[in-house]
Design a binder for this molecule. Structure first.
Ligand code: ATP
Ligand code: XMP
Ligand code: GLN
Length: 692
């Protein structure tokens, strides 16, 4: 019997009296939240800040007077949605059961502010009211946390597309394909408002796939006013899978559950007899839809993942391609510039998909496709120079791709007002601090990288600790302390400093796309908590870029291949690759083995084919060996190499045996303390890339 039923029984209540429940469920910024353990004294503010980490909503007076904690709560009343401004510091958590809560994070970010936030920030406004604490208007978040410097300034004038996310796992790939076509684009949640669309000034819109069925009661939809705006501005729209179904349903077609789910490969037959107006509009000719221009084959393989089916297309639409399962595998209304496909052109399993998206972007929308890294780099430098005034930027540089590229960019913009430093944790790759310093100072002329040797402190604090999460937390804390020390040693006033962060576009997407919260597998240490703790604004110059765009920017800035094409190295470093207690000796043993491994991979030409490779040490596992005539009883070293595109999933790398043999031989002969080498053949999932 559940808790509610047991309590009801004890109180002598009947089943019909059981109208109360133990699990709250509601929405926060479009994502569903379930709370199984709510207590009567929990406030909404506590839950938003401490449980969900949505710290844009502030605790001010704590009495509902100042407004710093204001959120909106939407609920159904008499068949209509009612919105209320609520003081989250006073509202009991259980009062929002069944409602939709919107916090400042759900309204806009510094890169994508709501029109009101943009206006308030542009006019240097703050929240009304005597206390002027940061609250719902989002000034603080807009101005400080979420990219203190607006990296979008002045970019409204360039060609741009909006990709609207309905929750597909591959929505970000649509952005990739559009940017590859030379046009800037951003991904936004389908819960965006009309003003989000108008303030972005898109030339065209792409609707992504999604897990819902458009006819479901709770399925997400584009609001009616956005459709009216599209109509009024004659904006071209390209719908993908759910996006196609959404478009068809909204414009008067019909979508129903299909008889079978279609998942995987299908053959798309392209129609050659579609009637089109010629470019000058003078006469109708028969041919292919512009979406398929340049694709010579009669039929092409495409990748499908859907269960629903468009059974009637809206008035004005016609089929431009079909499969054995559907007449409407691709449709268009050329007069209104509406296009839709039932398959996924954004994935590589649809080989000609990139060409179809490019056709939409260049031929239908009419973009020139001139977005390139050279201009982008110059614009970002100008933005940083203009926005920075007399301020300083301090930056923690690890020598990894992101922090090196961000450092090169900021240094180029503000010269020696950029103060970079690196923490030698004693858990870095062999001679890393020295190598990174030499390399960056050589390629970023004039930049001086300060190295702080904190290794003794790290080893001391990690002594006797073997539990992975405890180690990660200790390392994270020590990093923050080292950063604070570094900044205070610079003697710069905090209010005159910004902190450089290497946030990339996938992190931004993670917080703005239409997805529910995912479970935490490992506590990743990063410097995310620092700005709050140190009361510093942040600058995130890479927040609009994907990883390979960051690499291209690094090339543009003159960084060497060894900086921009290197494998990632986690912040906790060797600390999470020494399984068990970390000591100075084990760190030295592992870094020596890892160095040989990477050197041999480079020599054999495998390094660039691998996403990430490293050695792991098992200091608590000892095995018997024989060396010369002597018995050895030493540790095991594991070699890991994976191929991956996003580090969310990964396959183990099929390493040639002769390369493995050479590496194993060298490690056992040259590294004292290791007498056995193994190769890790686990993929992610179910394993993770790192061992801890
Ligand atoms: N030893 C270090 N010294 C200074 N800063 C560091 C160090 N390790 C990590 N950081 C900071 O933490 C951030 C996150 O680290 P991460 O390991 O993701 O490296 P990265 O430089 O961002 O590049 P990549 O992910 O490509 O390796 C870095 O950008 C850097 O600001
Ligand atoms: O900056 C980081 N701080 C961390 O705490 C951390 N833990 C894992 N990683 C890196 O993340 C990627 C995925 O790793 P996992 O499959 O082990 O989760 C891989 O690239 C890992 O190296 C980290 N990076
Ligand atoms: N991949 C998708 O967008 C799927 C759309 C919809 N859920 C269907 O099953 O048809």
């Amino acid at each position: 019997m559940d808790v509610a039923a047991a309590a009801a029984k004890a109180a002598g209540l009947q089943a019909k009296d059981l109208r109360w429940k133990t699990r709250l469920s509601f929405f926060v910024n479009g994502s569903k939240v379930e709370v199984p353990d709510a207590e009567p004294h929990h406030t909404l503010l506590w839950f938003l800040r401490d449980r969900l980490g949505l710290t844009g909503t502030k605790l001010g007076c704590g009495e509902g007077g100042c407004g710093a904690c204001t959120v909106t709560v939407a609920s159904y009343e008499d068949g209509q949605v009612a919105h209320r401004a609520v003081n989250a510091c006073l509202a009991p958590l259980c009062s929002v059961d069944g409602c939709h809560v919107t916090t400042v994070e759900g309204i806009g970010t510094s890169a994508t502010p709501h029109a009101v936030q943009r206006r308030v920030a542009e006019l240097h406004g703050s929240q009304p009211g005597p206390e002027a604490t940061d609250g719902f208007d989002g000034k603080r978040r807009f101005g400080r946390f979420d990219g203190g410097v607006d990296m979008m300034a002045g970019m409204e004038k360039q060609e741009r597309l909006l990709v609207i996310d309905f929750g597909s796992q591959v929505s970000h790939l649509i952005c990739r394909r559009v940017r590859e076509a030379g046009v800037y684009c951003e991904l936004r949640s389908c819960l965006l408002t009309l003003s989000d669309v108008t303030s972005f000034h898109p030339q065209g819109i792409i609707l992504s796939g999604g897990p819902h069925s458009v006819y479901d009661k709770d399925a997400p939809h584009l609001s009616k006013d956005i459709w009216s705006y599209i109509d009024e501005k004659k904006l071209p729209v390209f719908g993908i899978c759910y996006g196609l179904q959404e478009m068809c349903q909204a414009l008067g077609g019909k979508v129903e559950a299909g008889t079978k789910r279609e998942f995987g490969h299908a053959e798309l037959l392209i129609r050659n007899d579609v009637a089109h107006l010629t470019k000058d509009g003078s006469k109708k000719v028969k041919g292919r839809s512009p979406v398929f221009e340049g694709i010579a084959a009669e039929s092409v393989p495409v990748w499908m993942s859907h269960g629903d089916k468009v059974t009637e297309i809206p008035p004005g639409f016609h089929s431009i391609a079909y499969t054995s399962n559907t007449e409407f595998a691709a449709v268009e209304d050329q007069d209104r510039h509406f296009y839709g496909v039932q398959f996924h052109p954004e994935v590589t399993h649809t080989p000609s998909g990139a060409a179809m998206i490019k056709n939409f972007v260049l031929k239908v929308v009419g973009c020139k496709g001139e977005w390139n890294m050279h201009d982008f780099c110059q614009k970002q430098i100008d933005i940083i120079m203009n926005k920075m005034g007399e301020k300083y930027v301090v930056g923690a540089v690890s020598g990894g791709v992101d922090s090196s590229v961000a450092a090169a960019l900021v240094h180029k913009a503000i010269g020696d007002r950029f103060r970079p430093f690196m923490v030698d944790t004693g858990l870095l790759r062999k001679d890393e601090a020295k190598i990174v310093k030499e390399r960056l100072e050589k390629h970023i002329p004039g930049m001086k990288l300060k190295v702080l040797d904190e290794s003794a402190h790290f080893y001391k604090e990690l002594a006797g600790v073997s539990e992975p999460e405890k180690k990660r937390k200790i390392i994270g804390r020590l990093f923050v302390e080292a950063f604070e020390k570094a900044v205070s040693e610079m003697g710069l006033p905090h209010e005159k400093c910004l902190l450089l962060q290497g946030t990339l576009y996938p992190d931004v997407i993670e917080s703005t796309s239409y997805k529910g919260p995912s479970s935490i597998i490992k506590t990743h240490h990063n410097v995310g908590g620092l700005p709050d703790r140190m009361k510093m604004e942040v600058i995130e110059p890479l927040r609009l870029l994907f990883k390979d765009e960051v690499r291209a920017l690094g090339n543009e800035l003159g960084l060497p291949v060894t900086s921009v094409m290197r494998h990632p190295f986690p912040g906790p470093g060797l600390g999470i690759r020494i399984i068990g207690e970390v000591t100075k000796e084990s760190a030295e043993t592992l870094s020596a083995a890892d160095d040989i491994y990477i050197e041999e991979l480079r020599k054999a030409g495998h390094y660039d084919k691998i996403g990430q490779a490293f050695a792991v040490l098992l200091p608590t596992v000892r095995s018997v060996g024989v060396m010369g005539d002597h018995r050895t009883y030493e540790n095991v070293c594991v070699l890991r190499a994976v191929t991956t595109t996003d580090f969310m999933t990964a396959d183990w790398y099929d390493m040639p045996h002769d390369v493995l043999a050479r590496i194993s031989n060298r490690i056992i002969n040259e590294v004292k303390g290791i007498n056995r080498v193994c190769y890790d053949v686990s993929s992610k999932p179910p394993a993770t890339i790192e061992w801890e």
